[in-house]
Design a protein around this ligand. Structure first.
Ligand code: PGA
Length: 209
């Protein structure tokens, strides 16, 4: 027991998360690191495709995705919800309380291919036979949010990306089927022996409300 505890306290935690999860992880990491001050943490952030690539190369202990790849070698444990909402500039006065199709005349600011957010939006649009006639790719949640605030177009982003922003910097529209809801999942690869420190972090994730 003492030995196991020591293993937690001096171990390393190699964590790799998709970009939207970077809003979710720090508030969990902070108390965890205070509780285990000697654990060495390496925290990598990338889009879904980057993080899948890291996982295929067995680079990290714990991954966080909202849409893990289908793979029998993974252990996926859901924790918090992730909600995708439709946002518009603060002075937007176009259609609201409508379906997504009714908004398609507007320019949509979309994440790059390889983004999990983009994939969730694409899956929804495919299921409804919708395409964005007018869109722009911006490879950053923050840049998309700021571009929406400055009036460049509409976007669909995780609600997490709106935390800590001035309350009226964007307008969240009421759109049928939205928010699209999925769950954050802590993912480990079955054949990797993960550190005790990483196991302790996984437990901390599951205790989040
Ligand atoms: P992304 O992933 O940062 O690649 O968009 C977010 C997600 O998978 O929900």
């Amino acid at each position: 027991q003492v030995h196991a505890l020591k293993g937690v306290e001096i171990g390393t935690l190699k964590l790799a998360v998709v970009t939207t999860a970077k809003y979710v992880v720090p508030p969990i990491l902070s108390p965890f690191c205070k509780q285990h001050p000697n654990i060495e943490v390496r925290f990598i952030v990338g889009n879904r495709a980057d993080i899948i690539d890291r996982m295929r190369h067995n680079r990290d202990d714990v991954y966080i995705f909202s849409q893990p790849p289908q793979d029998d070698n993974l252990v996926c444990t859901p924790f918090l919800q992730n909600k995708l909402v439709v946002i518009a500039p603060p002075d937007y006065d176009g259609p609201d309380n409508c379906d997504l199709k009714a908004l398609m005349d507007h320019k949509f600011l979309l994440r790059e291919y390889g983004s999990g957010t983009r994939r969730a939006i694409q899956d929804y649009c495919d299921s409804k036979g919708l395409v964005f006639p007018n869109s722009m790719i911006i490879e950053s949640n923050e840049a998309i949010r700021l571009a929406v605030t400055s009036g460049l177009g509409l976007a669909i982003l995780s609600e997490h990306t709106l935390a800590h922003t001035p309350p009226d910097s964007v307008k969240v529209l009421k759109v049928k089927d939205f928010p699209l809801v999925n769950h954050w999942q802590a993912v480990t690869v079955k054949h990797r022996q993960i550190s005790l420190a990483a196991q302790a972090f996984q437990k901390a994730l599951l205790n989040v409300e």
